[in-house]
Design a protein around this ligand. Sequence first.
Ligand code: AMP
Ligand code: GLY
Length: 426
Amino acid sequence: MNILVIGSGAREHTLIWKLAQSSKADRLYAVPGNPGMAQLAECIEGVSITDNDALVKLAQDKQVGLVVVGPEVPLTNGAVDAFTKAGIKAFGPVQAAAEIEGSKSFSKNLMKKYHIPTAKYEVFTEAEAAKEYIRAEGAPIVIKADGLAAGKGVIVAMTLEEALAAIDEIMGANAFGNAGSRVVVEEFMAGEEVSVLCFTDGRTILPMVPSQDHKRVFDDDQGPNTGGMGAYAPAPVGTPELLAQVQKEVLDPVIKAMEQEGRLYKGCLYAGLMVTDKGPKVVEFNARFGDPETQVVLPLLESDLVDVMLACIDGSLAETEVKWSSGAAVCIVMAAGGYPKAYDKGDEITGLTAAEEDGSMVFHAGTSSSEGRIYTNGGRVLGVVSKADGIQEAVDRAYAGVAKISFRGAHYRHDIAHWALERLKK
Ligand code: AMP
Ligand code: GLY
């Protein structure tokens, strides 16, 4: 079967890499893809990932039997609805279901209605009302732009001043465009975070191995939030007991809630959780695979990803076995100089082959190519991933891979998986 992947990041590179291993995969296509994906698939330029008609036409021309929609933007734009209407199987939630990520207020209201544990919150459209609530609640407190803001529309304010300034920034100066005309102000949750990505056919929901992202740009979790500076799986915080509780209190109820709301959710549902002293609580739901988490989760999947995705689409996940390796995987993100603020582009990257020869996988997040050379072309540039029997060994191997790669201004965290390693020491 011919397969089309939509997107251009390291998540989509990982998806293509895993799909390519399927015995069912014939020709692979990517829109727009990236130079890493080009080693495995034909990358098609000139088709916008938000032009549903053009995407459907392309899939028809290439006789595609399975489309995998990676990013939230085409999902919330109804790409899966368009493919489905044209009789093409597409993995991912339809537009109405993708709203679980597209609107934080929708997702918070859903959790309240169906008693899914999450932080207490209020939604505001007026800056003054938001500030009054913040003054009454006190700090620490969390402020979120309502719509999509590429993972950067969240401010965890440790002081009242910071919280009030965040309201001015989001609602006053319009830092996040339309995404900021409505804000969610929510209770600060203390604890350790864990990401539980799930396969679901709308009725059965199966968690993947638990993983952990590193959102802050600098070591020791300092500096501003990013799209994610590294990840590892399995995350030891996700014990079997915790996962059983998550299944019962979060996953089963949310999938049932979406069906009851007439928004049957199929695809990958990402539950971002805080493990608090009162149990797991939802930080956010995403309508897609997480990045960088996907880069460490899919390498541990032993089953054929095409089979699992088709089962999600066809509603037969309950009868499908999804097998995981017992090993560990670690991803170190190499970022461009300046990221997460304005960053450099166009610097040549060297050492990619050496890193691969050393046993790491290199997933491209923001690169371009010209005449056989690879250049930086995004904030997060590469994900360097290694797999091993245990976390420590996977960490060591991934950093050995990173050491082979260089580009001007490259920076990365030196402490990826520190929470896991600290836990394992205890
Ligand atoms: P989000 O985009 O909702 O995932 O938020 C980005 C990051 O901000 C999360 O991964 C957490 O690290 C942090 N965060 C979000 N909401 C809260 C909260 N209520 N309490 C503490 N930290 C939070
Ligand atoms: N790693 C966080 C996300 O994908 O949203």
